[in-house]
Design a binder for this molecule. Structure first.
Ligand SMILES: NC(=O)C1=CN([C@@H]2O[C@H](COP(=O)(O)OP(=O)(O)OC[C@H]3O[C@@H](n4cnc5c(N)ncnc54)[C@H](OP(=O)(O)O)[C@@H]3O)[C@@H](O)[C@H]2O)C=CC1
Ligand SMILES: O=C1O[C@H](COP(=O)(O)O)[C@@H](O)[C@H](O)[C@H]1O
Length: 505
């Protein structure tokens, strides 16, 4: 039923564990992919390490008619598949399943019988409503929760992305949910912010003066942000075909990463200080309108190909009908601030690519000839320094620098790399992004969640691209499944003398 599970070496767990108070966590969309693959395994890990108390309740809600025992069985299978062997302890799993409840309910039906859910909720506890369903349900479910008296002063709501399909629908959702929950109790989740290496961007930038001082157009010539996936759309075709790569990944994950890479130093690590700094970047993105959409963006669909030795069908064959939804998007963005004047930020994401990798690549300017630098000193010209932040997998950093070529008796240069693999270095398990985010919502800590103005600013920038694509201003390109994306995305960079980083530092 589930894909083959990976085997992990057991590494150290978090040492900084502060158990949360008993809570009731209601997950709408409990039988879905996200809950099974990410949310329940994340809760399990935090239960295993003692952060989630044994009296907490995780209450799954979906329309499927399931007994509690059947949902517990599905949970057990999900944990077998998605928790590494080294952390999968049958006794702990059995204890964890005691936390898990299920209510069969059509959350879109305000006339349905909600008493099964209310009966499981305890007054005085932190109560989290997590919406792992289609965003069009969010407002309605909030209204019904309110009508049924289920929203208490200790209640919070977690909204999965994408929030809407454009600016207007995002505003509608924000307004609608905002009628029942104050902004401080709305947690808009973007799981990329929960990734350790994405949070680590701030540490890298602001705790290392060498990097902090070089972090601008004076020293950096381009920034690449990639989120490549091997999987196709598979069972999520119905959702994906109405969404596409730009809405699914760029509007949220990639723009959040870009904001962290490009933001000014925040006044503090308070949630609002960081969010103020991030939203300033989103406001400073140069709008891509008119001809600029065609010049700066590429969209494409995967075609039949081969992934890890297996033949796979193209997107349209999988769907069985025509579609203008992109499974790949590449965008060249510019940020109109003095710090980033003239620096291209290249973003790309796609399904059915050669490998699963998310990374940030910072290319520094090589020393210029004529300056009092190394450029004129050596017989071979120095190459650009590269800093590669591997968001996932193999979280870490690679630094490419110029070294003296040991094979040469003169002073020829050769590129060398320093590779840091964080798990190896810290002997520390890298938690899945959802682990921290699920419990930050219980703690009421919003630092890794997105504020309303951020979501709307991101849509404001994305919308003209969607409009240009809707007008068919930009051709739909193709790329073979299992490859590196469309040739047109390579051309986008080649126009500036750049090339996508291919792992070969
Ligand atoms: N899957 C992923 O990797 C990621 C998903 N997300 C987001 O999470 C959300 C869920 O995604 P995903 O799990 O993939 O989607 P799925 O389609 O797999 O799951 C949707 C869930 O919603 C339930 N559901 C649908 N309608 C209702 C209803 N009226 N009342 C109660 N439950 C309902 C379905 O169960 P039933 O049919 O039994 O009612 C099912 O459990 C989406 O917003 C998606 O964008 C975000 C990041 C990653
Ligand atoms: O939000 C989403 O993210 C996943 C990719 O997440 P990752 O953590 O595995 O990089 C993507 O597959 C999905 O389509 C999208 O909705």
């Amino acid at each position: 039923m589930w894909p083959e599970r990976p085997v992990y070496e057991r590494l150290k767990d978090m040492s900084d564990i502060t158990p949360v108070k008993p809570f009731d966590y209601v997950i709408f969309g409990a039988s879905g992919d996200l809950t099974m693959r990410k949310l329940l395994p994340a809760f399990y890990h935090r239960f295993r390490t003692g952060e989630v108390p044994g009296t907490a309740r995780i209450i799954g809600v979906a329309r499927s008619a399931l007994e509690r025992s059947a949902f517990q069985q599905r949970t057990r299978e999900a944990l077998e598949s998605f928790v590494g062997d080294a952390y999968h302890d049958p006794e702990t799993v059995t204890q964890f399943l005691e936390l898990v409840h299920y209510v069969s309910l059509d959350a879109a039906d305000e006339t349905a019988d909600w008493s099964g859910l209310s009966a499981l909720l305890e007054d005085g506890r932190v109560r989290v409503f997590y919406f792992a369903t289609a965003p069009k349900l969010y407002r309605k479910v909030c209204a019904t929760l309110d009508a049924r008296g289920l929203i208490t002063p200790e209640s919070r709501v977690v909204l999965e992305k994408p929030i809407g399909i454009d600016l207007r629908t995002a505003q509608d959702i924000n307004e609608g949910v905002g009628r029942f929950f104050s902004e401080e109790n709305i947690f808009r989740i973007d799981h990329y912010l929960g990734k350790e290496t994405v949070q680590g961007v701030m540490a890298l930038r602001f705790a290392n003066p060498v990097l902090e001082n070089a972090w601008s157009a004076e020293h950096i010539s381009s920034v690449q942000i990639t989120a490549a996936e091997v999987v196709g759309v598979e069972k999520r075709a119905a959702y994906y075909d109405t969404t596409g790569a730009l809405r699914d990944m760029v509007q949220n994950h990639l723009l959040q990463v870009l904001s962290l890479v490009a933001m000014e130093r925040p006044a503090s690590l308070d949630a609002d200080a960081v969010r103020d700094a991030k939203v300033a970047v989103l406001h400073a993105l140069r709008p891509l309108t008119g001809a600029a959409v065609g010049e700066n963006t590429v969209r494409a669909q995967y075609q039949a190909g081969e992934v890890k030795g297996e033949a796979v069908p193209g997107y349209l064959d999988e769907l069985g009908h025509a579609s203008t939804t992109e499974t790949y998007a590449a965008v060249q963005a510019e940020i109109d601030t003095p710090r980033w004047k003239g620096v291209p930020f290249y973003l790309r994401t796609g399904k059915r690519l050669a490998e699963k990798v998310s990374e940030i690549v910072i290319t520094f300017r090589p020393p210029e000839a004529g300056r009092s630098s190394g450029a004129d000193l050596f017989p071979s010209p120095p190459r650009a320094n590269l800093l590669v932040i591997r968001v996932q997998p193999d979280e870490g950093v690679t630094w490419r620098f110029n070294a003296k070529d040991p094979a040469d008796d003169g002073f020829d240069l050769r590129c060398a790399t320093m590779d840091v693999h964080f798990e190896r270095q810290f002997r520390q398990r890298y938690p899945d992004a959802y682990e921290r985010l699920l419990l930050d919502a219980v703690r009421g800590n919003p630092i890794l969640f997105i504020r309303r103005d951020e979501v709307e600013a991101a849509w404001r920038w994305i919308e003209p691209i969607l409009e240009g694509w809707g007008r068919q201003d930009v051709p739909m390109c193709g790329y073979p499944a299992g490859g590196h994306g469309p040739k047109e995305a390579d051309d986008l960079l080649a126009r500036h003398g750049d090339a996508w980083y291919s792992g070969a530092a």
